[in-house]
Design a binder for this molecule. Structure first.
Ligand code: PFF
Length: 520
C-alpha cells in the first residue's frame, strides 16, 4: 500500500493562527470571566500569571518541540511522539493514548455547546429572543432550546439538533480539507475576524453610559472594578490556585496532545520558540483584554452590583446564553451586536474543536495508513454517535462528567507525563537543544531549570493535592444526585471502553510496524 503523503503547514503565519485558533475559544470569553469573578477578582490574576509563567508557557514550548521532533519520525499523535522520545520503552506509547482520548472527550461536548452559539447568532439576527427581558424567561428559552422543557419558545430539541448537525458538518468539512487546505485556511480567516468582532464589542461595551439614571453607580468603570479589584484574602485558598492553573491549561489548549499534533506538521528547521510564545501572547490578549472586558462589565451595567454576584456564580453557560442575550437585547441594534457576540463565540469554537479532532484523525492516518478522507469519515461516524450522548443526556450530569475527565483530569496528567518525558527521559540538555533548533529567539536560561524542576513539581503537587482532596468524593459521586448516578456510571464505563479501544489500536499498530521491521 502506498504511504500517505504527510500533510504540512503552508506558512509560519498559518500554524501560529491555527494554534491561536485552538487556544482562543469559549474558554476565553465565558470560562475566564466567570473564574476570575468567582475567585478573587483582580487577585485571581496573581496565581493566573504565575501559572502562565511556570506551567503554561513552558508546556507550550515543550509541546511544540516534542511535536516537531515526533513529526520527524512521521508521528503526529501522542503515542508515536512519546515513543520516538523514549524508544527503548515499550509502555510509553500507552501513556500517549491520553493525548488522543482527552481531546476526543472534550470534543464530544464542546461541539454541542459550539452549536448553541451558532443557533443564538441566528436567533439574534432573526430577533427570536428579542421580546424577552427577564432572566427567568430567558432561562426557559434556553431550556426549551436544549430540549429540557417544552414551552412557548420551543416544543422539542429539534432546532438545537439541526444547529448541531450544521456545526458538526462545518467541523468535518474543515477537517476533510486537511492541515494546510482546511485548518490553516480556515484559521487564517476566522482568527482575525473573531478578533475584529471582539474589538467592536469591547468598544461598544466601553461606551455604554449609565442605563438607569437613578443608579449612577451601575457604570462601566465599576463593572471593570468588579472584575479587577483584588480580594487578596482569596489567595490563601488552594482552590483559587487550582482554578487559575486549570484555566491556564484549558485556555492555552496545552497538556492534552493537541498542540503537539499541530507542531508535528512543522519541518525540522522551523522555529518553535518564538512561534509558541506568539500564540500564547495572542491568546492572552484575547482572554485578559477582550474576554475580561465584555461579559462581566456589560452585565454589571445592566444588572448592578448585587445581581452580578449571582450571575457570575451561576456559571459560564448562564452568563453566555442567558445574561448576554438580555444585555444585548437592550442595546440599540441588538440584532447586530448579538450576531457579533455569538458569531465570535462560534468562530472561536470551531477553530478550537477542529484542533480537538485532529489527534485522532492523525492517529488513523499515520499509524494505520488510512487516507485522510477515510480517517475523517471514520472519525466523523464514531464521534457523531458519541456526541448524541452529550445532547440527549445533557441534564443528567454527562457533560460535567466528560468535562471533568477530559477537560481537567487528563490535562494535568498528560502534562505531567510529557514534561517529565522531555526534561528527564529525553534529557534537559537535548531538550534545550531541541527547543532552540531553528529558533528565532533564545529562551531565558532560567527556563532550563523551570522545565526540568519547577513545572513538574508544580504539576505533581496539583495532582497530589487533587488525589488527596477529591479522589474519594469523585469515585463515590458525592456531588452527583441520586437520579443522575446511573448516567454518570454509564459515562464512566463508556469512557473506559473508549480508552481501552484506543490502547488496543495502539497495540495493533505497533505490532504491524514490527512485522514491517520499522523500529520507531
Ligand atoms: N482552548 C480552548 C478554549 O479556551 O476554549 C479549549 C480547548 C481547545 C481546550 C483544545 C483543549 C484543547 F485541546
Amino acid at each position: 500500500m502506498a504511504k500517505n503523503v504527510r500533510d504540512s503547514w503552508g506558512s509560519r503565519l498559518g500554524i501560529i493562527m491555527a494554534v491561536t485558533g485552538s487556544a482562543v475559544g469559549l474558554g476565553n470569553f465565558l470560562r475566564f470571566p466567570v473564574q476570575a469573578a468567582k475567585n478573587g477578582g483582580g487577585a485571581f490574576m496573581i496565581p493566573y500569571f504565575i501559572a502562565l509563567l511556570l506551567v503554561g508557557i513552558p508546556l507550550m514550548w515543550v509541546e511544540w518541540s516534542i511535536g516537531r521532533y515526533g513529526g520527524g519520525f512521521e508521528h503526529s499523535s501522542a503515542p508515536g511522539v512519546f515513543h520516538s522520545l523514549w524508544q527503548k520503552n515499550r509502555f510509553i506509547k500507552y501513556f500517549g493514548v491520553i493525548g488522543i482520548f482527552g481531546p476526543l472527550v472534550i470534543m464530544i461536548y464542546y461541539t454541542y455547546i459550539e452549536s448553541w452559539t451558532l443557533a443564538y447568532s441566528f436567533f439574534s439576527l432573526t430577533q427570536k429572543y428579542a421580546g424577552i427581558t427577564d432572566q427567568i424567561s430567558m432561562q426557559s428559552f434556553l431550556r426549551g432550546f436544549q430540549g429540557l422543557e417544552k414551552n412557548q419558545y420551543f416544543s422539542s430539541i429539534g432546532t438545537a439538533y439541526i444547529f448541531f448537525l450544521v456545526t458538526f458538518s462545518v467541523n468535518i468539512t474543515v477537517l476533510n480539507y486537511g492541515i494546510r487546505g482546511g485548518i490553516e485556511r480556515f484559521c487564517k480567516i476566522a482568527v482575525p475576524v473573531l478578533f475584529i468582532f471582539g474589538i467592536i464589542l469591547l468598544v461598544r461595551v466601553f461606551s455604554l453610559g449609565v442605563v438607569d439614571l437613578s443608579k449612577p453607580d451601575w457604570n462601566i468603570s465599576n463593572g471593570l472594578g468588579y472584575l479587577w479589584n483584588p480580594d487578596f484574602s482569596q489567595l490563601k485558598s488552594a482552590k483559587v490556585w487550582l482554578a487559575a492553573t486549570g484555566q491556564i491549561f484549558f485556555t492555552l489548549s496545552v497538556g492534552i496532545g493537541v498542540i503537539l499534533t499541530y507542531a508535528s506538521y512543522l519541518k525540522k528547521g522551523d522555529d518553535v520558540a518564538l512561534s509558541g510564545l506568539t500564540a500564547v501572547s495572542m491568546n492572552e490578549m484575547a482572554e485578559v483584554v477582550l474576554g475580561a472586558s465584555i461579559v462581566i462589565p456589560a452585565a454589571f451595567v445592566f444588572f448592578g452590583p448585587i445581581a452580578i454576584g449571582d450571575i457570575a456564580n451561576s456559571g459560564a453557560f448562564n452568563l453566555g446564553f442567558v445574561t448576554m442575550p438580555l444585555v444585548l437585547g437592550q442595546m440599540p441594534f441588538s440584532e447586530i451586536f448579538g450576531f457579533l457576540w455569538f458569531g465570535l463565540l462560534f468562530l472561536a469554537g470551531v477553530t478550537s474543536s477542529v484542533s480537538l479532532a485532529q489527534p485522532a484523525i492523525a492517529f488513523l492516518e499515520d499509524e494505520f495508513n488510512i487516507s485522510r478522507k477515510q480517517s475523517v469519515l471514520l472519525f466523523g461516524i464514531v464521534t457523531f454517535v458519541m456526541c448524541n450522548a452529550a445532547i440527549f443526556f445533557l441534564s443528567k450530569g454527562v457533560v460535567d462528567e466528560l468535562d471533568f475527565w477530559g477537560g481537567t483530569f487528563c490535562l494535568v496528567l498528560f502534562a505531567t507525563i510529557e514534561v517529565i518525558l522531555f526534561g528527564w527521559i529525553f534529557g534537559i540538555n537535548k531538550a534545550w537543544e531541541e527547543v532552540h533548533h531553528g529558533a528565532d529567539m533564545r529562551l531565558p536560561r532560567i527556563y532550563k531549570h523551570i522545565i526540568k524542576y519547577v513545572t513538574p513539581t508544580f504539576l505533581l503537587i496539583i495532582l497530589g493535592a487533587w488525589f488527596f482532596q477529591e479522589w474519594l468524593p469523585i469515585i463515590r459521586m458525592d456531588n452527583v444526585s441520586l437520579v443522575n448516578r446511573p448516567y454518570v456510571i454509564a459515562t464512566r464505563v463508556g469512557l473506559c471502553l473508549i480508552f481501552i479501544v484506543l490502547a488496543v489500536l495502539v497495540n495493533i499498530a505497533w505490532r504491524k510496524r514490527k512485522i514491517k521491521g520499522r523500529r520507531v
